[in-house]
Design a protein around this ligand. Structure first.
Ligand code: HEC
Length: 245
């Protein structure tokens, strides 16, 4: 009888211990379960944040430095993204977008036979021609640069893509704007940058602080992340609108 009681006590103790172990396991299972769920959320924020510093260098390049060094062949490759909507040949048709032959130096929103948005014709009223600066800003995020444009293209985020594209467009025109003389002073800070983006860090001489549209270009995808440093960093990139007014 007494040995039965002892056995029951031991069995009870074992059972209690077992339950406690199981309980701990499940508890830690729950804790562990919640951990990974948090991490991707943070990881996404970090990934978007890294866009900040990269974009901070995305200011108007020194055209006299970067255009002669640009990769026109790479630009022709980038242009494939445009050709679903734009014909690039001299005398070619308008498609979803206007023919782009000779667009550099052309007054925005004026190619014959194309029904532009009022946003684009308004832009043209304020900007006598498409300059390299204005194309650089526009191509980064068309809708952010010219709110209401019909060009529903997301934009070319990489500065070198835009530089190469602009260099390629120069070859598609009878009278592209001249390449300005290089400004070694403006280009100097780019020495430490990647070769492809040489000069991208150089602020243009008349860079106006009216950069809101371009800041918006980066603000859109980053809106969910707490990255207040982004907007001011990108602001410097938009002399396109400010400079030509
Ligand atoms: C989804 C179609 C589409 C794609 C892709 C596209 N565009 Fe456009 N683009 C348009 C439309 C539409 C307009 C006219 C915009 C308006 O009237 O607001 C336009 C206008 C332009 C203009 C202004 C032309 C002018 O006569 O003032 C330029 C410059 C331009 N696009 C360059 C490009 C480049 C460079 C690319 C490729 C990197 C590109 N576009 C890709 C549809 C597109």
């Amino acid at each position: 009888m007494s040995s039965d009681l002892g056995f029951n006590k031991i069995a009870g103790a074992l059972l209690a211990t077992g339950l406690a172990v199981i309980g701990l396991n499940q508890l830690s299972g729950i804790i562990y379960k919640f951990e990974p769920a948090k991490k991707p959320g943070y990881a996404i924020a970090i990934v978007e944040d890294t866009g900040g510093p990269a974009e901070a260098a995305d200011v108007i390049p020194d055209w006299g430095t970067v255009l002669p060094a640009a990769n026109v062949t790479a630009g022709a490759d980038v242009a494939k993204k445009c050709q679903s909507c734009h014909n690039l040949a001299s005398g070619g048709p308008n498609l979803t977008g206007p023919n782009l032959f000779g667009v550099e130096g052309r007054k925005p929103g004026t190619h014959a036979g194309f029904a532009y948005s009022s946003a684009m014709t308004d832009f043209g009223a304020k900007h006598p021609t498409w300059t390299y600066d204005e194309l650089y800003v526009f191509l980064r995020g068309p809708q952010q640069d010219i709110s209401g444009t019909k060009m529903t293209f997301v934009g070319l985020k990489k500065p070198e893509d835009r530089i190469n594209m602009i260099a390629y467009l120069r070859t598609l025109g009878d009278a592209p704007p001249p390449i300005p003389a290089p400004n070694p002073k403006a280009a100097a800070p780019a020495a430490g940058a990647a070769p492809a983006a040489a000069g991208a860090a150089a602020p243009a001489p008349g860079a106006a602080p009216a950069g809101a549209p371009v800041a918006a270009a980066t603000g859109a995808p980053a809106a969910a992340t707490p990255a207040p440093a982004k907007a001011p960093a990108a602001v410097a990139a938009n002399p396109g609108n400010g400079g030509g007014k």
